[in-house]
Design a protein around this ligand. Sequence first.
Ligand code: ATP
Ligand code: MN
Length: 274
Amino acid sequence: DDQISALSKHASKIRLDDVKDGQERDKDKADRATSEQVLDQRTRMILYQMINRGAVSEVHGAISTGKEANVYGAVAYPDIHGPPVQRAVKVYKTAILSFKDRERYITGEHRFKSGADKGNNRKMVKLWAEKEFRNLRRIHSAGIACPEPIQLKLHVLVMDFLGDRKGWAYPRLRDATIPADDAEQIWMHLYIQLLGIMRRMYQVCKLVHADLSEYNILYNDKQLYIIDVSQSVEHDHPRSLEFLRMDIKNTGDFFRRQGVDTLSDRTVFDFITI
Ligand code: ATP
Ligand code: MN
C-alpha cells in the first residue's frame, strides 16, 4: 500500500515547465492519458470538448487510480494572457462502479428520486458525478476548505487542484508529516478544526459526508481539506444520522490513535447536530 501511494505521489507531479500552448499538443496529452487504458472513447471525447472550451488545457498523469474513479492532474489557462492554473479531473469509471454499496446513499435522497435507474450504469455514474459536483459547490460556498468545482460533463468532473505549485498533490491526512516537536499541539488543533468542519457541513450545508476518514481529508500546513463527497447525503436522508455516527467514530478513532484526548463520540454528535 505504501509503495502504491509512493507511486501515485510520483505520478501526481505536474510539470509546469512542460506546459506549452497549442491544440495539437493538448490532444497529444489527452491521448497519452488515454493510452493508460483507463479512458474510453466517450471520456476522451468529453476531455477534448473540455480542452476546446478551456476548462482544461492539458491532462497529465493520474494522481490516483481507484476502484471507482481516477483523478488526473491538469493545467488550464483561465486567462489567455495569465499564468496557468492547476486543476484536478475526476473521471468516474462507468464499467466497474459497484452500485450495491452505493444504493444506501441514494435511496431516500430526494435530490435523486427520479434519476436513479439502477439498470443503467452510465446514467448512475453521471448521477454520481453530479452529486459530487453539487455537494462540492455547497461545501465550498460555505467556506469549508475543499476543491472548488469548476466544470461537470457526464462522468467527468473538473475541480481545483489541491497541491503545491510544483504540482505535488497534498497528502491525505493519513500520510501527513506533522513536525514532531509540535505534534501534540498540531494534532489537537486539527481535531478541533475537523469538528468545526463537520458541524458547519451539517448546520450550514445540511450535509453529512458519509465516508469521512483520514483517507478523504487532504492536509497541508495545518489546514484540512475535505474531498470525495459523491456519497454525501442531505441531513434529512433517512440514514444520515447513522452515517454521521460512522464519520464521528472513524475520525475520532484516527485522532485517538494520534494521541489526541478526544471528546466522546456522543458529545461530538451533540456538538454537530444541536
Ligand atoms: P477511489 O475510492 O476509487 O480511490 P475516490 O472516490 O476515493 O476514488 P477521491 O477520494 O475523490 O476518489 O480521490 C482520490 C485521490 O485523489 C485522493 O485521495 C487524493 O489523493 C487525490 N485527489 C482527489 N481530488 C483531488 C484534488 N482536487 N486535488 C489534489 N488531489 C486530489
Ligand atoms: Mn476517496
